[in-house]
Design a protein around this ligand. Sequence first.
Ligand code: TYM
Length: 332
Amino acid sequence: LPRVLSLIQPTAQSFHLGNYLGALRQWVPLQDDHDAFYGIADLHALTVEMDPQELHDNTLRGAAQLIAAGVDPERSTLFIQSHVPEHTQLSWVLGCLTGFGQASRMTQFKDKVGKAGTESANVGLFTYPVLMAADILVHQADQVPVGEDQRQHLELTRDLAQRFNARYGETFVVPEPYILKSVGKIQDLQDPTMKMSKTGSSPNGLVELLEDEKKLVKKLKSAVTDSGREIIFDEQAKPGVSNLLTILSAFSGTAIPDLVDQFAGKGYGDLKGAVADAVAGFATPFRERTLELMGERTELQAILARGAARAREVASKSVTEVYAKVGLLPPR
Ligand code: TYM
């Protein structure tokens, strides 16, 4: 079976609608016909200052949310990044193959550093894409289901795989991005020219999946729409309406042109109501299931321990092979 792998950073409160539609939602059906590896990128979360207790809680809640979203630990390898030390071990080797200039061109790094400049950024933020490449390559993933914002990191990953293979002989699978054009970039509800994100969005622009239903519905109903009154899909002229159509289409399974037909003659309020119903229809059982799983911490931790053990079987083979190929003396 071809292998898919994807991780998500643990975050405060919950994952957001962009995470779900852009990535998590694709993870679920991929389990049917792939050997799937999914996990929580807790090491990546250290690139911003984190309260230790909060990171710990966010990690467990993150794992619970993955299961609630449909990741099945019986069929997938579900693990926490830091439980599989081979990721960090490979990361060092890959870092030594990454050009400083190439890493400096990562747009997410530049965005995250922002106006403050590199002087106040930490090195972890800079080498973040190298660790991500290690996550993917150590498991020999064929496909990586992510949102559009990860595309450049995947290009770096492919580049590193090819560079390693060329220098030391065929070792890594060169992974393909699995990015759905339709949902690869879910926009902020208040500023639909910007992607929905934990760091960039205002509270009203961001849909937290674990938010209580009333708040969630209110937020969606107060989404910014565009001037005019026609419901059409035009990302340039009508980014707000287009984003709502994208969200509704994803949840309803109805193609956008058909939605446009259905809403002909109706108003923005009707569209927002339909979107709110669709999102709440997913979020309500999702929230209940997550809370239930959080009440069974021992079982959840047992699931993660099994996942880590399975992941290490694959990852340790890769690291042993890589360390030997680059000439590191084996410890015996
Ligand atoms: P993260 O945790 O920021 O986001 C998790 C996933 O959600 C997607 N995403 C979006 N998709 C559509 N619209 C949006 N507005 C939106 N916002 C976020 C992201 O593209 C991602 O797929 N570096 C990664 C985590 C990572 C990883 C990996 C991913 C670490 N190692 C190995 C794949 C493979 C990240 O920070 O994603």
